[in-house]
Design a protein around this ligand. Structure first.
Ligand code: IMP
Length: 428
């Protein structure tokens, strides 16, 4: 054989929520995980709640990647994530009790930032100070932790290995000073702090690693990685409905910074969305329904937050948001979730544009507050999708709905989900 032989490198495929989160990422990662050597989280923290159901059991993962249920896969919490030691310990112990031993196959980046109990107090204090302009955060301390990261005052996982107590005391004192300046004094973290410090000790039992090098080495060996997104594009700190957003880059660009992998390593970008729209927390949401239809979607879709239990705001599918997210992320395949939730509706509406003061737009405005949806109506399929196991069983009206979205978006829908179980996931 002549010529230079190059070993084919592995790829990082990204799975991203492309609207306001809660699209069902956990379920899809769980289904895709067997095809990958590594599943890695690259942004966010315990504000996420990835639900996975199989064999009649339900798990909600917050910080731990959804590949954890396949025992021979490596799972990584990347440098772009923030991690709360107490919640991590609780989540990990629950999984251990359910028979999933994580140690050795869950690696945590030394560069991921730590959420302190006082970050959570600050989250509440900042929200309280905002009055009616509240973001409606999950209260998990996400914003203050990423703020400390940007201010270069944060604590990282690597810090727990060296003079931790001293560093912790310094940052805690800084937070206490800020809280005192805000006149926010009604808090008591004594008990919470005990559990948190126990969480720090517990985390030391894990592989705290230079995960950037590990991931790049794996790619060089031809291994494939699934980057599991959190939240959604419309909650991205740069590209979402600022300031009503989370504090990390949830888009495909965040995979590179949040895992330390080069752009050339990115392969497919899977964009996950629901057959309708939801949003938790405050902020503009042009397709929001305030009527019985919205309530019906919420009831049938069980649209209550996995982390906070809050009611999710509901509406029809928004193609303006989808088009924008496909552009920002470079989505190559779409996955549509929860099609079955619309089974009983006579008419299904799709928002194809926004309109305000006689102006129509199909591209996302700088601020989508005050814009009204322009709908196209389609007849409902009025059939039970939940027992279907292949796309040729779909009623023609449901297939028409899928084809319409594909044609408008110019991206194929390759997975359709028709129920919460692993088995109710159909490839096309
Ligand atoms: P934070 O991420 O807790 O700071 O919350 C900022 C905004 O993002 C709030 O509107 C939250 O409701 C929303 N948010 C954060 N995480 C999620 C998620 O996993 N799903 C849906 N919304 C989320």
């Amino acid at each position: 054989m002549t010529g230079k032989q190059t070993m084919s490198k592995g790829k990082v495929n990204a799975l991203l929520g492309i609207v306001f989160g809660d699209e069902g990422k956990g379920k899809v990662v769980d289904v895709l995980a067997p095809q990958y050597d590594i599943v890695a989280r690259f942004a966010g923290g315990p504000n996420a709640g990835h639900t996975i159901m199989f064999e009649g059991r339900k798990f909600v993962l917050r910080s731990i990647p959804s590949g954890i249920f396949y025992k021979d896969r490596l799972n990584v919490i990347g440098n772009g994530c923030v991690i709360a030691p107490d919640l991590f310990m609780q989540e990990a112990k629950e999984l251990e009790q359910a028979g999933y031993d994580l140690k050795g196959r869950l690696h945590i980046s030394l560069k991921a930032h730590l959420i302190l109990p006082t970050h959570r107090v600050l989250d509440k204090a900042y929200e309280a100070a905002k009055g009616k302009n509240k973001v409606g955060t999950t209260g998990k301390g996400i914003g203050p932790t990423y703020s400390d990261k940007a201010s270069r005052t944060g604590l990282r996982v690597g810090d727990i290995l060296d003079r931790f107590e001293e560093k912790y005391a310094r940052l805690k004192a800084r937070h206490e000073q800020i809280l005192s300046d805000l006149h926010y004094t009604e808090y008591d973290i004594t008990e919470e702090e005990k559990v948190w410090l126990e969480g720090i000790r517990y985390m030391r039992e894990y592989t705290l690693a230079d995960t950037e090098t590990e991931l790049n080495k794996a790619l060089a060996e031809g291994k494939n990685i699934l980057a599991e997104g959190a939240q959604g594009t419309m909650l991205d700190i740069d590209h979402g409905t600022y300031p009503f957003v989370s504090s990390s880059n949830t888009v495909s660009g965040g995979v590179c910074t949040g895992l330390g992998v080069p752009p050339s390593s990115i392969g497919e970008v899977f964009g996950i969305f629901k057959a309708y729209s939801t949003r938790v927390g405050s902020g503009p949401f042009p397709v929001e329904l305030f009527d019985d239809t919205g309530n019906k979607i919420r009831e049938i879709g069980h649209e209550f937050g996995a982390v906070t239990g809050r009611n999710r705001r509901c509406g029809w599918l928004d193609l303006v948001a989808l088009r924008y997210a496909i552009m920002i992320n470079g989505v190559t395949q779409l996955f549509m979730m929860k099609g079955d939730v619309l089974d009983t509706f006579d008419t299904i509406r799709i928002c194809v544009a926004y309109e305000k003061d006689g102006v129509r737009t199909e591209t996302m405005p700088y601020d989508c507050e005050g814009w009204n949806p322009v709908y196209v109506d389609m007849p409902g399929w009025k059939a039970d999708l939940t027992g279907m196991v292949s796309a040729d069983q779909f009623p023609s009206r449901f297939s028409d709905y899928i084809s319409y979205i594909e044609k408008e978006m110019g991206v194929p829908i390759t997975i359709v989900s028709v129920g919460p179980d692993r088995e109710q996931t159909i490839s096309r």
